[in-house]
Design a protein. Structure first.
Length: 472
């Protein structure tokens, strides 16, 4: 039950500051293993062997214990093979999964919303086993080389594998991860010259890549279909040098009158590094009509839309049509508090993948040069304004003057943070709502129009250059 002094919000921020038993120890074991990867496991030193042993001890008493203990011993001797690296990646992933579960338990207590039931994973699809094996071989080479030892020759080994994987839809998920990872490593070469190595991030990408390239691991089995009304809350826009993704968070109200639930719909596209900001919408927009509906503030009617057990809609415009206007803040106030949160698939159980829609209201804002916090019922909650994209009218300045916020609750750098998706604020003495995804379907805003024109010009130049190459 939400306390009366929450200021109209739907979250108990006081529960988010309590200590979680065992969390620091699990993260310490992950960090120890990540440090072992920094120098590489071709000729491990005593400190690296100790890090491997700490990881093995952390999963003692679990079904992974025997295999991970053997893998740690082999890796410490510089004799690890592919199966051993897979076992180490699994142990690291399991530890972060336990952290994720503990953090999500606290989040569920804070929001007071019901949680969906676990579903049995389905595997066994047909995939190009040889390409997956080639990708794992490259990742194994990275582990032996270590982040300090990477050079362009080592990193370029991924290019041919990625090119072969991308045309196959069933391999696109691991291919995109490996492509982005390789691009990030290439931009950091040589590793020996790096002043600071992002050991946790690269450890995440490495271990996730190792597991996603196991046959069947990247599959997203469909649980059923969704028929009913989709009420968007907001768009989380993510950008990388080689790709962009828009993820719409929404409340789904089934037509059969059963309980509403939280769902997501995502679209990802490759991108050139010259297209940034509002120009990203031009790349994303043609692939999902939902973006235009969000920009226009409309709901959508779904008919037999495929959906996974984790609440991800496998979007197809054939199964959706625009419907009545739907204000996101009305949805957040009325429908969000009773919506069921989806379960998380095993490979997505990671602290950085916690993205829980929340609604806050009546908070006080504190801002200094580097940080911003919302004080909710006397408890401070960090605000992650760095995640507010430049592809919409929402700005950190608007967040600082807001009185209500739809956001995503995340966990980063040891604390919970809220990423604003939309805020209600006052501009020239008039209440206004500003959304990060307001330009998703197009805009008449001067700044947005200028950015879209620049992106149009950049894309036109790239297409002309590509045409010239094809004509040669």
């Amino acid at each position: 039950m939400v306390p009366a002094d929450q200021g109209g919000g739907v979250m108990r921020a006081d529960l988010l500051s309590d200590t979680i038993a065992g969390l620091d120890e699990a993260l310490a074991a992950v960090d120890a293993f990540d440090q072992a990867l920094v120098a590489g496991l071709l000729r491990p030193q005593p400190a690296q062997a100790a890090g491997l042993t700490e990881l093995a001890h952390a999963v003692a008493g679990t079904p992974l214990a025997v295999r991970v203990s053997e893998a740690a011993a082999k890796a410490a001797a510089g004799a690890a093979g592919e199966d051993h690296f897979v076992a180490l990646a699994a142990a690291r992933t399991a530890l972060l999964g336990s952290v994720h579960d503990a953090l999500m338990t606290r989040v569920m207590e804070a929001t007071g919303r019901p949680r969906g039931e676990e579903a049995v994973p389905v595997t066994g699809g047909q995939q190009a086993v040889n390409l997956l094996a080639a990708a794992r071989a490259w990742l194994c080479d990275l582990a032996r080389t270590g982040w300090q030892g990477i050079d362009h020759e080592v990193v370029s080994g991924a290019a041919q594998v990625v090119s072969a994987m991308l045309p196959d839809p069933s391999l696109r998920r691991p291919a995109t991860l490996i492509d982005g990872f390789a691009a990030e490593l290439a931009a950091s070469c040589p590793g020996s010259a790096l002043e600071k190595i992002p050991a946790r991030r690269w450890g995440d990408l490495w271990s996730r890549g190792m597991l996603l390239t196991l046959p069947g691991a990247a599959e997203t089995p469909v649980q059923g279909t969704a028929t009913g009304r989709l009420l968007p809350l907001g768009i989380d826009l993510q950008e990388h040098a080689t790709a962009a993704q828009a993820q719409v968070h929404a409340v789904f109200e089934p037509a059969d009158g059963s309980a509403p639930g939280l769902v997501r719909a995502s679209v990802s596209v490759p991108k050139p590094d010259t297209v940034v900001g509002a120009g990203l919408w031009q790349l994303l927009r043609p692939h999902m009509s939902l973006l235009a509906a969000v920009g226009e503030g409309r709901s959508m009617e779904l008919t037999d839309m495929p959906v996974t057990a984790a609440g991800d809609l496998i979007w197809s415009d054939e199964h959706a049509r625009p419907s009545e206007p739907a204000d996101a803040f009305t949805t957040a106030r009325v429908a969000l508090p009773t919506a069921t949160d989806p379960v998380t698939t095993p490979l997505d159980r990671h602290p950085t993948r916690i993205t829980v829609p929340v609604f806050l209201e009546g908070y006080a804002v504190r801002k200094d040069e580097e940080t911003m916090t919302f004080t909710v019922a006397g408890h401070a909650l960090a605000v992650d304004t760095d995640r507010v994209p430049g592809a919409g009218p929402l700005t950190p300045e608007a967040v600082a003057t807001s009185n209500a916020c739809i956001g995503l609750l995340r966990w980063d750098a040891g604390t919970y943070r809220v990423q604003p998706l939309a805020v209600e604020t006052t501009v020239r003495k008039k209440p206004v709502a500003l959304h990060a995804g307001a330009w998703a379907g197009g805009t008449a805003d001067k700044v947005g129009v200028k950015a879209e024109k620049a992106a149009t010009d950049a894309v036109a130049v790239l297409r002309e250059r590509a045409g010239r190459l094809l004509r040669k």
